[in-house]
Every structure is written in C-alpha cells, then in structure tokens.
Design a protein around this ligand. Structure first.
Ligand code: UCC
Ligand code: FAD
Length: 586
C-alpha cells in the first residue's frame, strides 16, 4: 500500500537523498597561492621540473596515500609487552599503512631532497612544499619525519663526524630498505619546557668511551624509530652531577641491536592521547641504554637547538597544511550542499566565513615559505647576516602563531560541514584533534614567546634590527601600487608602534618584557605576514585576489602589544590583579 502511495521513506526506510561527499582533488593544482609563490620565486627550469613532480605526488596523495593515512588513524599502534612465553619484548606494533608511509617517505625523498641540495638553496623550500602537501594525508607520519630531519640537521651541523656518518646516510636515504627515522627525547616527568631543571637522566662513562643512560623519558613520539637524540646529565665516579643546563649533554643512540633487541630500554606504556593517535608515543625507562655523547660536555641544549629549529618549522608545515586541507574540503562541500534553496557557495555569509579562513591560511603559508627560504639560504652558505637573524627570530614566531591559528581555522572548518564535521567517519574530527598538539609540543606558545625574547637578548637586538629592515624592504613595492599603498601604510604604522614599544619596554626590565612576550610575538607575526602578503600582491604576476587578501590582512589589529601596553597590561599592578582574578574563589 505504501509503495502505491509513493511514500518517500517506505522502501529503504532511510529515504533517497544522500549528500554527495567532498572529494579530495589534486592539492597542488588546487592551491593558487602555492602555484603563484613558486612561479614568483623559482628559476623557470627548476619550476618546470618541480611542478611536474608536485603534480605527480599530489595525484599519488589522492589515489594512494590519503587512504593509507586514514588507515593509520583507524589502526593505532599497540604495545605488546610480553611474548606468549612470558618474555618481555616491548614490541610497538604498528599497522601496515604506517610502515608503508615510511617507505613512501624514502621513495619520495621527503628528507633526502633537503640534503642532496640538487637545486641549491631552493631544495629546502621544495622539500617543505612537498611535506606541506603530504601532511594532512600522511597519518601524521610527518611527526617522525620532523625528528628525522632534525637529527640529520644536528649531525650535519656537527660536521658529520665518522661515528655518525652511517646514521646520516640512513636518515637521508631514498632507499626504503635503508631509510631510518629518528626520535627526539627531551621531556621528563619534572618538565618538558624547563628541560634544564627537568632532566634527571644520568649518563655514565664506560671504558670504551660510550655512555650508558639511566632515566625515564616521559614523552617519546614515534618510538618505533631506529635511532634517537636525547639529553642526559653526566655523572662522575663519585655520583656528582652539574645541575641546570650546563650539566646536560647530547647523546645519540640506536634503539635496537641487529637482532631487534632493545638497547637497555623498557617501553613502560603507550600514551592515551587526544589526537596524533596514529603515532606511537611512549614512556621509556632507560636502564643502561648504550649511547654516544655527540656534543661537547655541558652543551646539550645548545647542540639540540638545531633540531628544534627544524622540528618547529615542521610544526609550521603541519599548521599551514591542515588549514589548507580543511578549507579545500570546505569549499568543495559548499559547492555541493544545498540549504535554504541554494548551494552553500551562494550564501555570502558562508563564503565570507571561508574567505576569512583563507586569508589566515595564505598568511601562514607565506610565513612558512619565508622560514624555509631563509633556512635554504643558510644551509647553502648564501644567507646574509640579516637572513640568519631573521631565521632565528621567525622560527619560533611562525611556530607559535600558526599553531594557534591552525586550531582556530580547523575548528571553523569543521563547522562549515555542519553536523558532518563532527562525525568520526568523515575523517574531519581527526584534523581538529591533531591540530591541538601543534600548540603544545616543540615548545608551548608561552615558551616560544620567551624564546623570541631569548633571540632578541642573545643577539643584542640585532634580530629586531633585521626584522624592521626586512619588513620595510618588503613594503616598498606595495607603497607604489595604488590598490596596496593604503594597506602598506597601515602596516608601516604598526611597525612604527612596534618600534616604539620595543624602545620603551627595553627600559622597563625583564619581567615587563616577559609579560609582554606573547603579545610581542603575535605583533611580530602579524606585521611580518602583512608585509609578505603585500610584497606578494605587489609582484606583477599577482592576481586581484592576492591584492584583496593583503588588504584584508591589514584590516586586522596588527600590533596588539602596543594597544595592550597602553592599557597597562604589563605593569606590576596587572600582574597582581591577574593572579587575583585567576585564583578568586567565592
Ligand atoms: O615535543 C616534542 C615533539 C616531538 C614530535 C615532533 C613533531 C614536530 C612537528 C610535526 C609536524 C607536523 S620534542 C620536545 C620539544 N621540547 C621543547 O621544545 C622544549 C621547550 N623548551 C624550550 O625550548 C626551552 O626554552 C629550553 C629547553 C631551550 C630552555 O633551556 P635552557 O637550557 O634553560 O635555556 P638557555 O640557558 O637559555 O639556553 C641554553 C643554550 C643557549 O646557548 P649559549 O649557551 O650558547 O648561550 C641558548 O642560546 O641553548 C641556546 N638555545 C637556542 N639556540 C636555546 N634555545 C635555542 C633556540 N631555539 N635556538 C638557538
Ligand atoms: P609544562 O612545562 O609543565 O607547562 C605547563 C604550562 O605552563 C604550559 O602552558 C606552558 O606554556 C606554561 N609555562 C611553563 N613555563 C612557563 C613560563 N616560564 N612562563 C610562562 N608559561 C610557562 N617531548 C619529547 O621530548 N619528545 C617527544 O617525542 C614528545 N612527544 C610528544 C607528543 C605529544 C602528543 C605531546 C602532547 C607531547 C610530546 N612531548 C614530547 C612533550 C612536549 O614537548 C611537552 O609536553 C611540552 O614541551 C610541554 O612540557 P610539559 O608537558 O612539561 O608542560
């Protein structure tokens, strides 16, 4: 009877409307900003070759890699502590897709590209672009790649000493059978930010010149890696150690021997995490792990700082990559989903929301490219003194700013799918879970803001001089373009405010600067991104959209530190009142 009446829910019980899903397209071809950036910067022959490779790789992402990434999310690693006969084995069991990601990383030269330097200083930038495309489909394999890259960088900066040559070859190999990944073990139970006070691990010198490590590493990601770099405190025969940062040295160790037996390490447990569930993150007991000291004694933190530079840039890759992915899927969806009689893409308010995300994503992308460009110059001895100062300053600025913005953009992105954005089987919630870590690991927002101050103090202000002069240079061309001159002037005004703030704050002492560190770092990020967008928009090949994007950016508050200072946010009364506000109880 129901059939006769043609009742819509009579047969299948679930109706006959099914929303078309957003499809992942070729992310290289769909990325207008990436395309125009490469066109603007790369020499034509390099551009031609690289574009072909990126196009091919992006097609591989759609056809093969993206599904593997999803498989990694659905099959998180497990720890098997004992074998069937009761022997302690501490096997970290990962899925086949995760293992496949390791092979793909080697095949695609995701680390090798940066160290072969086929395209001189552009090699680093090209590697970063490839990783940016890879990240949202990688099942978070970018995490071990970040640390692998960081370890290769540390070894290279030590001059690739003989005992580390083999490791370096493995880390930078394109052969899946030889490729190694590395860990980075810095965090202990007492502290991950304050590593100098937090490190309890001791290193005992052996007769053969190696050290054994004894301690407990509280967070170790991608613990299925082949090797790691870690910190330990040397202990003499009387049991004495030097406290603080001067007692810490940097150690290299391989996790397993040729038979696969762990090197004096016990895996205590795998962490139960909000996101990055694809990545095994373990707590490790080091009970005599055989290792090699690779820094001068007491120079552990300074020596691992090269790794921090690289992993922080990788974090920026992850931030820019996840913003791009959620926007590309969101705009695809808006072209397929109807509401109130028309497609979402025809509701201006919906598109305005995505356009604001797009401005943020383009800004993050240009800041990422700028740090990669500077790193490439530094690695090929082409960096000027100004470039080197800028790289030091912009690395923490980019990490802290884009990490935070990625979280906001990805969250907004989920909302653009309505309820579907909240549904696990769309794969979208994982993007949000994974974005949260970008603000925590590799230095939290506050710790990186303090690192920005460290770079200013250590260089006696030279990093700021470099910043002011580079920003002014970038704005020059835009001042001459009628559509851009107003925005360039606004940015120059913000730069002037920042200069004023710096001059005044310098006189007010350490705690004043410390309290302003976060707003100060945000101001650096916003002003520099503004100048990058304007510089790009002033390029003759730029589109009208590039101009519009730069104009939109300059309409934000560009120098929050100036405004907050004027309202007394950093003086001693504010410190007292902040504390009262936080701890008030009824
Ligand atoms: O979290 C982790 C995640 C692993 C997964 C990676 C995935 C990456 C992204 C994936 C992508 C999608 S691994 C753990 C990360 N941990 C941190 O980031 C630690 C955060 N805490 C800090 O950064 C602190 O600021 C410390 C640990 C650096 C502070 O140490 P100290 O020893 O108290 O600080 P000092 O005394 O100021 O610095 C000691 C030396 C100094 O050199 P000298 O002695 O020559 O003056 C500093 O200038 O180290 C130098 N130094 C640096 N140099 C310190 N930081 C830096 C730096 N950033 N660059 C250059
Ligand atoms: P704390 O240092 O206790 O910080 C707590 C809060 O206090 C933060 O908000 C911080 O900003 C704030 N704070 C601290 N000091 C100051 C200050 N002076 N001024 C203002 N604010 C301050 N570590 C590794 O070494 N290797 C890994 O592989 C690794 N993998 C990780 C994977 C995941 C998923 C996560 C979540 C963490 C991982 N970590 C790893 C640890 C990570 O690096 C630390 O958690 C991080 O550095 C923060 O350290 P903490 O947890 O000790 O926090």
């Amino acid at each position: 009877v129901l059939e006769e009446l043609k009742m819509p829910f009579s047969r299948a019980m679930i109706g006959n409307f099914f929303q078309e899903r957003p499809k992942l397209g070729n992310q290289f071809l769909e990325d207008a900003m990436l395309q125009s950036y490469l066109k603007r910067h790369l020499p034509p022959v390099v551009l031609e070759e690289v574009s072909q490779d990126l196009d091919r790789f992006s097609q591989r992402l759609v056809e093969e890699i993206d599904a593997l990434g999803r498989e990694c999310e659905l099959n998180p690693p497990k720890l098997q502590q004992y074998d069937a006969w009761g022997r302690r084995v501490d096997d970290i069991v990962t899925c086949s897709a995760w293992k496949r990601m390791k092979n793909i990383s080697a095949e695609e030269g995701l680390i090798a590209e940066a160290y072969e330097r086929k395209y001189s200083s552009w090699s680093r930038l090209i590697q970063v672009v490839k990783l940016y495309l890879y990240f949202p489909s990688s099942g978070f394999f970018n995490c071990p790649l970040a640390m692998t890259d960081g370890a290769a960088k540390v070894i290279e900066s030590l001059g690739t000493p003989t005992p580390l040559q083999n490791a370096f070859r493995h880390l930078t190999s394109r052969n899946p059978n030889h490729f190694w990944t590395s860990g980075q073990w810095m965090t202990e139970r007492r502290g991950g930010s304050d590593v100098a006070e937090g490190t309890e691990t001791v290193a005992r010198l052996q007769e053969d010149g190696t050290h054994t490590l004894h301690g407990y590493k509280w967070f170790t990601s991608a613990t299925d890696s082949d090797m790691t770099l870690t910190l330990g405190r040397t202990i003499d025969e009387h049991g004495n150690t030097v406290q603080g940062t001067r007692g810490l040295s940097l150690f290299y160790l391989e996790l397993r021997d040729a038979e696969g037996k762990l090197n004096g390490i016990e895996v205590q447990r795998l962490k139960d995490k909000l996101g990055t569930r694809q990545v095994p993150t373990a707590e490790l007991l080091l009970d005599g792990a055989k290792s090699l000291m690779i820094s001068p004694e007491g120079r552990g933190v300074a020596s691992i700082s090269n790794m921090l530079t690289i992993t922080r840039i990788h974090n920026t890759i992850g931030a820019a990559g996840s913003m791009r992915r959620v926007i590309n899927l969101g705009r695809e969806y808006a072209a397929k989903r109807f509401a109130f009689g028309k497609l979402l893409q025809d509701h201006p308010l919906h598109i305005q929301t995505i356009a604001r995300m797009e401005v943020e994503a383009r800004g993050a992308f240009l800041l990422l490219m700028e740090t990669a460009r500077l790193l490439g110059l530094e690695e090929t001895n082409l960096a000027t003194e100004q470039d080197q100062h800028l790289l030091r300053l912009l690395t923490p600025v980019a990490k802290l700013y884009t990490g935070k913005q990625a979280l906001a953009v990805v969250s907004e992105g989920l909302e653009s799918f309505g309820g579907q954005g909240y549904m696990e089987d769309t794969g979208l919630p994982a993007l949000l879970r994974d974005a949260q870590v970008l603000t925590i690991w590799e230095g939290t927002t506050n710790i990186l803001s303090l690192d920005v101050l460290r770079s200013v103090i250590k260089s006696q202000g030279q990093v700021l001089t470099a910043f002011f002069s580079a920003t002014e240079d970038k704005l020059q061309a835009a001042l001459e373009v009628p559509d851009l001159s107003k925005s360039a002037n606004i940015t120059l005004q913000a730069l002037q405010q920042l200069k004023e703030f710096t001059k005044n704050a310098g006189l007010k002492g350490g705690s004043y600067m410390e309290l302003s560190a976060r707003d100060f770092s945000y101001s650096l990020a916003k002003i520099y991104i503004g100048s990058l967008l304007l510089e790009h928009a002033a390029w003759p090949g730029a589109s009208d959209t590039d101009k519009y994007c730069a104009q939109r950016w300059s309409q934000q508050e560009l120098c929050p530190v100036y405004k907050a200072e004027a309202s007394g946010s950093y003086n001693s009364e504010a410190q007292v009142l902040d504390k009262q506000l936080v701890y008030e109880r009824s």
